[in-house]
Every structure is written in C-alpha cells, then in structure tokens.
Design a binder for this molecule. Structure first.
Ligand code: NAD
Length: 271
C-alpha cells in the first residue's frame, strides 16, 4: 500500500479525541487536511470538528468507509456495537481499523467484522488533547507489522505510543489511562502545601504544575533512572531530603503503586 493511500484518514465519531487526533495528524504533516474526514450523528460535533481542524465532515459513517482507508473508531464504548453493525458490510482488507474506545476488546470487533479485519485497539489518555498523550496499542486480526508502525507514528503526533500484547492493556489503563487523575491530585496537594506555607493559590498551582512537567521532562529527556535524579537533588541534611522523609512517612509511593494496581483490577473487572 502506498503512503498516499495510507494517509486517507477517516473518523467515525467527531468528538474531542477525534478532533485532537486529526489536529495532530495535520499539524505534524502526517497527512493533509484534504485527506481527513469525519462523520458524527450530532451535527454540532461535525461542524466543530471541521472548524477546528480544517478537515471535511461528511454526512454518514458509510461515506467515511468509502473515502478513507485508515478508519478511527472514536465513539463512546457503548456506541461501538451499533457502529460495527452499520459498517460491517463495508469493511475490506484495504481498511485499517483503529479503535480508541476504552475497554472494548479486539474480540468484540473481530467477532462482528471477521478475523480478516486489520484491527488495532488503542488505549490513549486525556493529555492527547494537548499533544502530550501516553498511549499503548495492541493489534489483532490481520493487522501487520507495517500497520503497527503506522499506528505508532499516527499516535506519536499527539504524544508517545508503545505496542503491547492486548493482555497488558488493562495495566496500561491502570497506569497511563487513569494516571492523569492521580497527578491532578498530586498537583492539587502540592498547591495546597504551597498555600499552607503562605503562597498565593494561583502562583502555588502554577509552580506545582510546572514542577511536575519539568520533573517529567527530566526523566524523559535525560533517560536517567528517577531515583538517580532524586539522589542528585538531595543534599545531606538539606531541605529536599526532609521533604522526601515526610513523603515516605505518608506512604506516597505505596499509594501510587496501589492506585495503579486498583485501577488495573477494575479495568479487568469491567472488561
Ligand atoms: P466524545 O463524546 O467527545 O465523542 C464521541 C462522538 O461520537 C460524539 O460527538 C457523538 O455524537 C458521536 N457518535 C455517537 N454515536 C455515533 C455514531 N453511531 N456514529 C457516529 N458518531 C457517533 O468522546 P471522546 O472523549 O472523544 O471519546 C471518544 C473515545 O475515546 C471513547 O470511546 C473513549 O473511551 C476514548 N477515550 C477518550 C479519552 C479522552 O481523554 N477523552 C481517553 C481515552 C479513551
């Protein structure tokens, strides 16, 4: 398949995630706005998608199937069965189907569409909306290594992405899928701490958020172990080790590990 044909991307469901992904695909040069289309049952969503991305909105899911080869299923999980019934007779081996619907297993798609389908299931997270997503994906049916590479580069336009076996997607849900909410709690708590010691709220929240962002960039850009970076900023008898001792007493690391574990278990239960 040529790059030209691969870059025709269609979204079924033109909501927040579709708009963010389409924006990333176009601004990164992965494809052009003329090669992107979307359909939505809610007209206001289609219009907003077209306005924000410059891409086309079309009037039916069927038209998306006809005009694109990479089809991104971006409706809510409960709407997936209806969409599959609607498109199943149009799916061919020329289509690569990508689902971003949380908790919908590959078997749900392949049972309806057939084992020949080139299908990839993605677990994205909310920061995709600001091009800082952390996603993982698993392939099923006839999806090839080339398809996986394509999906990795597609998701990389809104963050980072890794291929994993489908059995690990519950763990991904527990870590990066649910993780932004854990970090919002951390930021809120750091801000509260700042206010407790006399900082104005607005400054405290900005300092807290930027500190989390900066520390994350240090890990990602240096490739150092987080423990090594922590050691580098804890001088003997200093302020940071005093703070870390307090975190240890409060069980921060244990709490975060339990959070990932509890969310993973819940994802398995819901699946
Ligand atoms: P959204 O509600 O903003 O968008 C979904 C759109 O689908 C709506 O505009 C709705 O009108 C449309 N729709 C409903 N039925 C349809 C149909 N039959 N045909 C065509 N369009 C239809 O939702 P979202 O936040 O963009 O989430 C989309 C998917 O992404 C969900 O499955 C969700 O689980 C997944 N996801 C979202 C996030 C996130 O951060 N928002 C994170 C992880 C996963």
């Amino acid at each position: 398949m040529t790059k030209q044909s691969l870059s025709k991307v269609g979204f079924i469901g033109a909501g927040r995630m579709a708009t963010a992904l389409a924006g990333g695909l176009i601004s990164s040069g992965f494809t052009t706005k003329d090669h992107v289309c979307a359909s939505d049952t809610y007209e206001a969503a289609s219009e907003k998608f077209a306005q924000e991305t410059g891409a086309r909105s079309v009037s039916s899911n069927q038209q998306v199937m006809e005009q694109a080869e990479i089809i991104i299923l971006s409706v809510k999980p409960q709407q997936i069965p209806d969409v599959l019934q609607e498109i199943k007779s149009s799916v061919t081996s020329q289509h690569l189907l990508i689902s971003i619907a949380a908790g919908c297993p590959l078997s749900l798609f392949l049972d309806t569409l057939g084992e020949f389908t080139r299908m990839i299931r993605v677990m994205p997270n909310t920061p995709c909306l600001v091009k800082q997503g952390a996603s993982a994906f698993a392939r099923g049916g006839q999806a090839s290594t080339e398809d996986a590479t394509l999906v990795e580069s597609l998701l990389s336009t809104v963050g980072i992405a890794f291929e994993v076996p489908e059995s690990q997607l519950d763990a991904v849900t527990g870590l990066s899928g649910s993780g932004p909410a854990y970090i919002y709690q951390v930021i809120e708590a750091l801000s509260d701490g700042g206010v407790r010691v006399g900082l104005p709220r607005q400054i405290a929240t900005q300092l807290a958020a930027q500190t989390v962002k900066g520390a994350a960039e240090m890990v990602l850009q240096t490739g150092e172990h987080p423990g090594t970076l922590k050691d580098a900023v804890t001088s003997p008898g200093g302020t940071t080790i005093a703070g870390i001792h307090a975190l240890e007493a409060g069980g921060l690391r244990n709490s975060l590990m339990n959070a990932v574990s509890a969310a993973t278990s819940r994802s398995i239960e819901l699946g």
